[in-house]
Ligand binder design. Sequence first.
Ligand code: URA
Length: 252
Amino acid sequence: MRIDEVLYTQGFGTRRICAGLVQQGLVKVEGQVVQDPSTEFETAGLRFTVQGVEWPYHAKAYLMLNKPAGTECSQKPSTYPSIYTLLPAPLRTRPNKASVQGVQAIGRLDQDTTGLLLLTDDGQFIHRMASPRHHVPKVYEVVVKHPVDARQVARLLEGVVLEDDPKPVRAAACEQSGPSALRLTLTEGKYHQVKRMVAAVGNRVEALHRSRIGELEIPPDLAPGQWRWLDEEQVEALRTARSGQPPGSVDR
Ligand code: URA
């Protein structure tokens, strides 16, 4: 692929801007300035620098973000800063055939929820991960206001009715992880699901952190607010993840 096209696909601006970056000598491949926009490179494994910043070529972008508290998952946040401000500009401006540009969060976390959030510009992947048939387990660490008792854990596992849906929803797994803490695994993602389920059993969420999606966990060295590329194995594992559990809703 031509180097100006490489830059364009990776979100460095319009084709004209990308050709300009190359002509101005601002782009290097393997330490060498590339000044001719038509220079061809093999994209597999290609790494280049633009104005000194190194960038790996990715046909599609898949990343994880350790979402900090006090950020909104919306592109147009109402109160708190958007999570998209935590990403470098090229990830937000990658061209896309869909009407939206750049990477998009797969599902949303509340502004006060922290932890693992996936983002991609692969529409099919978003669709697959969000499909009700694709029950990827998501693990939440929940700090609650009142001491947890065995009855609450049992009810979360049996299923609770939320106000907008007569079908009970249940946790795929639930364990007490401290006097006022729960580890809850859900295989679906209804609006405010953890908070509403915990409220339905007479307790209240004080802090909520998503620690895992499928087999993917937040690496210990990924601080809140930091992001990282997913590698091919991680993407494939998410694509093919199965909960091995029936859906989180149970028919009564
Ligand atoms: N459940 C909630 O209530 N909030 C979140 O952010 C995620 C799951």
